[in-house]
Design a protein. Structure first.
Length: 223
């Protein structure tokens, strides 16, 4: 099983491209494609990358925000340095970790740590795969829910949120939770996602700290 997975990965066009172009993971292309389509962040923005290891999304975000922006990555594991990004080793559900993120966002010219806010929060986290899809999907939603809580704590009004989640039984209720905090929500599968994967990305813009009235669930749209 592991040998077959390694063989498939080495035959993957995006994996080969990432090796050639110096990205830490093929996932960097997913973020590039999503940002090109939906404009999640731009030059000078402050971006928080949740579950950032090994750093592929951080690399892609840095290329967009430039030296005038900031990228702060959070992960339970240690991540190799990638200047000028800042990495925090910690649990995104802990208040002390969120406080540390705010301190990093409060670089010169960005205000005090108490007032520091991100323009975008992104998460490509996935659970350790057990092989039991119902369990893996539920764990994926649980991670996405934690990412949403962190985003609500860190985003500025009008900010943007991107999160990976597996489709399944728990997906629609989670999508409703995202819609309660954002004015624009789309479900999208970028070209770099593997065809056999059940992952999709929820793209959300127009964050509001005041929860919106519950909306009836519209049919899910994939563009």
């Amino acid at each position: 099983m592991a040998e077959r997975w390694l063989q498939q990965r080495r035959q993957d066009a995006y994996w080969k491209k990432a090796k050639r172009e110096g990205y830490r993971s093929r996932a960097a292309y997913k973020l590039q494609q999503i940002n090109d389509r939906y404009g999640l962040f731009r030059k000078g923005d402050a971006v928080v990358d949740l579950g950032c290891a090994p750093g592929g999304w951080t690399q892609a975000a840095l290329e967009v925000v430039g030296e005038a922006g900031a990228v702060v990555g959070v992960d339970l594991d240690r991540v190799r340095p990638l200047p000028p990004a800042r990495f925090i080793r910690g649990d995104m559900t802990k208040p002390e970790t969120l406080d540390e993120v705010r301190r990093e966002l409060a670089a010169p010219g960005r205000g005090s740590p108490r007032l520091a806010r991100a323009d975008a929060v992104v998460s490509d986290m996935a659970p350790n795969i057990s092989g039991v899809y119902s369990m893996d999907q539920a764990r994926s939603v649980a991670l996405a829910r934690k990412a949403l809580l962190a985003a609500r704590a860190l985003l500025r009004p009008g900010g943007k949120f991107l999160v990976k989640v597996f489709e399944g039984e728990d997906f629609a209720p989670y999508l409703a939770e995202v819609r309660a905090s954002f004015s624009f929500v789309k479900v999208y599968s970028p070209p770099a996602s593997r065809r056999e994967s059940s992952e999709v990305y929820i793209v959300a813009k127009g964050f509001s700290r005041t929860s919106r009235r519950k909306r009836s669930l519209r049919p899910l749209e994939e563009e």
